[in-house]
Structure formats: structure tokens, C-alpha cells
Design a protein around this ligand. Structure first.
Ligand code: SAH
Length: 463
């Protein structure tokens, strides 16, 4: 990385200002423009905008710059949806018409696949999120302060990690979340409870995590603090229980976390009221969500995504299905009623226990879940799969695990991906190993952000 670059007679340096016309968007959410002979990448900018930006990094002839002003808006931009847009780091594309957001995502994915030489597949387009707004079933709000020093509870300010913006409204969640947030903030302010300052590592209140099951209305409220103070939370519990909500509070939890990192980590959990889980339904099946287990954050979107995966898997009658990176077993369990047998593999023991419980809960006796690394565990399994479903984390599958999957020679592999960059790289490896990508479809699980979920059907080639 260089802080300056002299190229084709043009001298560019870090901190310098540029005005760039955005002509394209690339994953993960960079607006692309050109300045002299440099390619300029600006996070969050969109095609059609003219942006004033400051150079942050120069690498060869690629400049990364931060937008400071939108000099000219794109024709399809909209305004006035949320007063916090821009300052709040939650949404990137809220200023764009939803249909345009979908086009951008679809193109980002196609471009990445093209770049990896994956070209001969049917592209089935992108499905919109069933809900454009209020689609999130989980929010992690942060306690902090605003620029005037007052206690706040909301999202980190964009580009200013140490400031937190209050959220009076938020288009990503329903009104129950905001009512709970306001109640917690009022309680904290009235009781003069200090927020945790991640620079000095002192203070008490860190996060408020709210999870809501859309189908059952059950809500879990989890207040995350350090152990630097004692607090009985009686008043908090009563205040939360007294809020008039559309859903219902089934549990209020207190998580202790003294770790230095800003992530919500559970060092100890105390149930202050009710129980420590909620029940959600997907495609007619029931799933138990515990405070820290992974569950897709867009319930209706997850149904559409899992339906897509099930469609790509084809007829499952009498088939053996592997659900790799299975988390709490959602995908395998959704396929189990049709399949002969489902085998799930997952690294986190807690998730595997939840997967086993979810299978029992749905009276399915043909599912087995193993704990461990996919690449390792695969070497110990004797059953031969007909269909392999993979849903890896953002880092993708990688050559070792792909090699071990391919050794089984399954006819069909269904790849569910939350990161098209690693998807493209992994698909290349599958194609080089005798498989062909047959069709690809995208699913928008996160409207107003650059995230996109992609499902690919990969088929064994018999020559
Ligand atoms: N399919 C699930 C979860 C997908 S998230 C669902 O839709 O709910 C990806 C999962 O992969 C996480 O639960 C993570 O713990 C797990 N994981 C990450 N690396 C892994 C590895 N090397 N082996 C097995 N599981 C892994």
C-alpha cells in the first residue's frame, strides 16, 4: 500500500480531493468511477452520482476514496425515508428505489461470476425481499454518546465509530423494536447508568439485543453490560413488560461481557424474566432461537431462500442429503420431510445441539448432526450423498473442503452463499473438478444494504 502514486504523469496522494462520476457498482458496495487513468472506488456511491471524495488509499492504479459530498444525485434517488440516513451506518442504499437496488445486486453477482470464468449457466434473476421495510428480526443496538456527550442507544455513526446515533425510527425493524429501544434508553438515562466507553474500557451499558419471531410474535430482550457495576434491573423488567407491543415479551436477559472487542460476546447469561429462547416458524416447521444462535435475520426472506435451495435440490424422494455448515439445521430440517436421510455438519457445538433439538421438535427421525470442521468430518462419513447443500460463512468453502465434497461424487450440489466473491472463487474450483454450474438465482435478504444472497445449482458432468 502506498500513500501516493505517480502514474502516467499524474501525481495523486492520500488526502487529495477528487470529483468523480460513478459509472458502475462493484461488490461489496463500491461505486466505481475513473479519474485520469485511475479506477476510483467509493463505498456506498451509486451509478449516476457525481461525488466529491477524499483519497484514502492508492494501490497501483486503483484509488479508494471516501465520499464527502454528493455533488449530483442519480435520477432514481429518493429522499425523506429516514431522517438518520447518512449519519447512521445501518443502511447504504435507502436513497435508491428498491427496483434499482435489486438491479445493482444482480449485476454485482453476475460480474463476479463472469470474472471467475463462470459463464454458462441460467441466470434466474433476483427475488425481492417479501418485505422491503421492517424485515429484520434481530437488532443489536449500541449504548454510547452523541457529539454533545448525551447518552444514546442506536447505531454507530457512519465513519465515527465512537459516536452512536439515537434511532427515533428505523425502517429495518417494526415499531416494537423502537418502543423497546426507547424504553431501555429512558430507563438508563433516569437511573444515570453509564455507557461503556470502548476507548477507556470503562462504564456499564454495552448493547441491547432484541430478537422477534415474526410468525409467533415472541420477543427476547437482552441487555449486555460489563461487570463494573451492580444493578438489579427490577425497574427495567417492569418497564419492558409494561410496553404495549404488537408481539409479546417472552424473555428478558442480562448478558455480562467484559471483553475488549465491540462484538456481543456472552461471558455469562442471566435470565431476568421468562425464558431464554423464542420459537420461530419457517415453511411450516418450528425452530428454537436461543440468544446467541445464528438465525437468518429476515424471516420471510429466509423462507424464500430456503425454498429456492429446496427447488434447486430437485426431487428429494429417497435421497441422502448432506447439509454442510448447517448452523441450527434449518436447511436440512426443511428438506428432511421428503428426503430419506439428512446429515448435517457444523463447527459450533451449541448450534449442533439446537439442530438436534429442532429435528426432534419437528418429529423428524431421519436427521443426524455432527460437530466439527466440514473438511475433517466428511472424511469420517460412509454414507454417500445424492445432494449436498452448502451454506458456508463469508469466507466460503475453500479447496480442501471442496475436494472432500467432490470425492463423494454427488450428482447435485446446492450452494447457498452470503458472499458472491468467495462463491465465484469456489465455483471455479468446482468447475475445475468436473462439475458445472447450471443455474444461479439471487435472493435479497437485506434491502437497503449491499448484501445479497446467491443460490447456485452445480451438477456433476458425466462424459
Ligand atoms: N445453514 C445455516 C447456517 C449458515 S451460517 C442457516 O441457514 O441457518 C454458516 C455456519 O457455518 C455457521 O453456523 C458457522 O458456525 C459454520 N461454520 C463455519 N466454518 C465452519 C467449518 N469449517 N466447518 C463447519 N461449520 C462451519
Amino acid at each position: 500500500m502506498y500513500s501516493y502514486q505517480f502514474q502516467w504523469g499524474v501525481f495523486m496522494k492520500k488526502g487529495q480531493e477528487l470529483i468523480v462520476d460513478i459509472v458502475d457498482v462493484e461488490y461489496p458496495g463500491y461505486g466505481i468511477g475513473y479519474f485520469e487513468d485511475f479506477k476510483v472506488k467509493i463505498k456506498g456511491a451509486v451509478t449516476g452520482q457525481k461525488v466529491r471524495a477524499i483519497i484514502k488509499k492508492i494501490r497501483g492504479n486503483v484509488i479508494e476514496a471516501d465520499a464527502v459530498e454528493i455533488v449530483k444525485r442519480a435520477a432514481y434517488e429518493r429522499e425523506g425515508i429516514c431522517s438518520s440516513f447518512g449519519a447512521c451506518g445501518g443502511c447504504t442504499y435507502l436513497n435508491m428505489d428498491y427496483a434499482e437496488q435489486l438491479k445493482i445486486k444482480e449485476n454485482m453477482v453476475k460480474k463476479l461470476l463472469d470474472g471467475a470464468g463462470i459463464t454458462q449457466y441460467d441466470f434466474l434473476g433476483i427475488q425481492a425481499s417479501p418485505l422491503e421495510f421492517s424485515y429484520r428480526n434481530k437488532m443489536e443496538f449500541t449504548f454510547g454518546r452523541d457529539s454533545a456527550g448525551s447518552l444514546t442507544l442506536g447505531m454507530h455513526k457512519r465513519g465515527r465509530f465512537f459516536e452512536v446515533v439515537n434511532l427515533d425510527t428505523c425502517v429495518l425493524v417494526d415499531e416494537d423494536f423502537i418502543k423497546i429501544l426507547n424504553c431501555a434508553l429512558e430507563y438508563a438515562a433516569n437511573n444515570h447508568l453509564p455507557y461503556y466507553d470502548s476507548r477507556t474500557h470503562s462504564g456499564f451499558l454495552r448493547h441491547l439485543v432484541v430478537r422477534k419471531a415474526f410468525k409467533t410474535g415472541e420477543i427476547l430482550v437482552n441487555i449486555v453490560t460489563t461487570t463494573q457495576m451492580n444493578c438489579d434491573f427490577d425497574q427495567f423488567i417492569n418497564a419492558i413488560k409494561d410496553i404495549r407491543l404488537r408481539g409479546k415479551i417472552v424473555g428478558i436477559l442480562h448478558t455480562y461481557n467484559d471483553r475488549l472487542s465491540d462484538a456481543v460476546i456472552c461471558e455469562r447469561l442471566e435470565v431476568l424474566y421468562g425464558r431464554d429462547y423464542i420459537i420461530e416458524e419457517l415453511l411450516g416447521l418450528k425452530f428454537k432461537i436461543s440468544p446467541f444462535s445464528f438465525f437468518q435475520t429476515n424471516t420471510y426472506g429466509a423462507e424464500a431462500l430456503y425454498n429456492m435451495a429446496r427447488k434447486f435440490a430437485g426431487d428429494l424422494t429417497d435421497k441422502i442429503v448432506f447439509d454442510l455448515y448447517c448452523g441450527t439445521g434449518t436447511i436440512g430440517i426443511i428438506m428432511a420431510p421428503k428426503a430419506k436421510m439428512v446429515i448435517g455438519i457444523e463447527l459450533m457445538e451449541e448450534a449442533v445441539k439446537a439442530a438436534q433439538e429442532n429435528a426432534r421438535f419437528n418429529r423428524l427421525s431421519n436427521c443426524t448432526f455432527y460437530t466439527g470442521d466440514v473438511a475433517e468430518v466428511l472424511t469420517k462419513i460412509n454414507d454417500k450423498p445424492d445432494v449436498v447443500v452448502v451454506d458456508p460463512p463469508r469466507s466460503g468453502i475453500g479447496p480442501k473442503a471442496i475436494n472432500n465434497i467432490v470425492k463423494f461424487g454427488p450428482d447435485t450440489i446446492v450452494y447457498v452463499s452470503c458472499n458472491p466473491q468467495t462463491l465465484a472463487a469456489d465455483l471455479r474450483i468446482f468447475e475445475d473438478a468436473g462439475y458445472k454450474v447450471k443455474c444461479v438465482e439471487c435472493m435479497d435478504m437485506f434491502p437497503h444494504t449491499y448484501h445479497v444472497e446467491t443460490v447456485a445449482r452445480i451438477q456433476k458432468e458425466y462424459n
